[in-house]
Design a protein around this ligand. Structure first.
Ligand SMILES: Cc1ncc(COP(=O)(O)O)c(C=O)c1O
Length: 405
């Protein structure tokens, strides 16, 4: 399919280019030392990802350890309550460890093992990437350091405990807003000190090349499975596909299966408390071009041009930028990016729980809320929502803050 001059039939061959660019976005804006480390990772990735041994091992892990393929569920009661639109969810919440994050963590940790590294380092917001990486580290026998903002450590206590049980070191980050951006800052600093023995396993389609490409490739299993499953369940493709966007890994994984199809794609960003800078983290909607954490993308800036403070009820979405491929698809118009606020998210959290018996992660509840909104606007057709994770980690926080609805 050709869309605004881009041939999506051959898209993955050309994007990113050899320097990691999706159009003007992406790249590797880092020190010479780190550039060398990234080149080592890129070279290893391109060699290893083509080897049948690596592919075979990853497939076996996905099948026997992760629980893939995850199913698609038809949301019968929710669909009936909305009229003539059929809603479906891709159940990434049923991944071992509770979210899509394990898809790229098992890939990244397997790569670390092939490269002879002893340790994996990462940041985490909601704790799902941290739990997934701690799981992968335990599986492969690697050391694991997870950097996490002090605010998120309080908010996502069950995941902190899980990481510790799995043997990871959880390192508290207290500077700035003490949330996801600061955790990324700290993890980068640690990696700059330790890159000889460690690999930085970034938690989304973010950071310098090759991470946006590598994480997308590892996550593309979601979209490939979903397309096949949806076709065999319904005989058709969905009319619309919806996913929440923090850094953008679950969305890129899902969208990559449908980019070449006549399917509307929607990325959902968090509007938090409202449109004022500092009250949301909707970077693609309100941001401008800028460089942060080693890549060029669209980001929210303060009056000094620095990354702006951001907020969302969802710790996994409160990041002041999004992956460079999202910025590219945004400018191209192939994916539409829209917003959902905290209140709409909490409503969707309870709606999905009550009508379908599925408690979504608060991040994924943004996509559910948007799917419901879209269904009301569409009147007929089908919507596939990526349910990126399960809500166990959020229950205590939501009940304390919002009560039972
Ligand atoms: C369940 C879940 N969904 C979505 C996200 C957002 O990340 P991404 O945009 O990379 O998928 C997170 C991040 O922690 C998460 O835990």
């Amino acid at each position: 399919m050709n869309y605004n001059g881009i041939d999506f039939e051959t898209y993955f061959k050309h994007y990113p280019d050899e320097n990691g660019f999706f159009g003007k976005y992406g790249g590797a804006y880092i020190s010479e030392d780190l550039k060398k480390a990234m080149e080592e990772i890129t070279e290893a990735y391109f060699t290893i990802c083509k080897s049948s041994k690596f592919i075979g091992e990853l497939r076996k892990i996905r099948r026997e350890f992760q629980g893939r393929p995850t199913p698609i569920s038809y949301l019968e009661r929710l669909s009936n309550s909305l009229g003539n639109v059929q809603l479906y969810v891709k159940r990434e919440d049923l991944n071992h460890s509770g979210a899509h994050k394990l898809n790229h963590c098992m890939g990244e940790a397997l790569l670390a093992k092939y490269m002879g590294k002893k340790k994996v380092i990462a940041e985490t917001g909601a704790g799902q990437h941290g739990v997934a990486l701690a799981t992968a580290a335990a599986y492969f026998g690697l050391e694991c350091d997870i950097y996490m903002g002090a605010v998120d450590i309080k908010k996502q206590a069950p995941n902190v405990t899980r990481m510790k049980i799995l043997g990871a070191n959880v390192i508290e980050v207290t500077h700035g807003l003490a949330t996801l951006k600061e955790a990324v800052d700290a993890a980068f600093e640690a990696y700059a000190r330790e890159y000889n023995d460690a690999i930085y396993c970034i938690g989304s389609v973010l950071g310098p090349h090759p991470f946006p490409m590598m994480v997308r490739d590892f996550q593309s299993v979601v979209g490939i499975e979903a397309r096949e499953q949806f076709l065999s369940m319904t005989g058709e493709l969905p009319d619309a596909v919806v996913a929440c966007v923090g850094g953008g890994s679950n969305a890129m994984g899902m969208f990559s299966g449908f980019l070449n199809d006549p399917v509307e794609l929607y990325g959902v960003e968090p509007l938090g408390r409202g449109e004022k800078l500092g009250d949301h983290a909707a970077s693609l909607k309100y941001g401008e071009e800028g460089i942060m954490h080693g890549f060029n993308s669209i980001m929210l800036k303060d009056e000094n041009g620095e990354p702006a403070p951001v907020y969302s009820v969802a710790s996994g979405l409160d990041y002041p930028s999004s992956g460079p491929e999202h910025a590219f698809l945004h400018d191209l118009g192939r994916v539409k990016y829209d917003v959902i606020n905290d209140e709409e998210t909490i409503d969707a959290f309870f709606t999905l729980s009550r009508l379908e018996g599925i408690i979504p992660a608060i991040e994924s509840a943004h996509a559910v809320a948007y799917g419901i909104k879209l269904a009301k606007e569409m009147g007929k057709g089908s919507v596939l929502i990526n349910l990126s994770g399960r809500g166990d980690k959020d229950m205590d926080y939501i009940i304390e803050k919002y009560g039972i609805r």
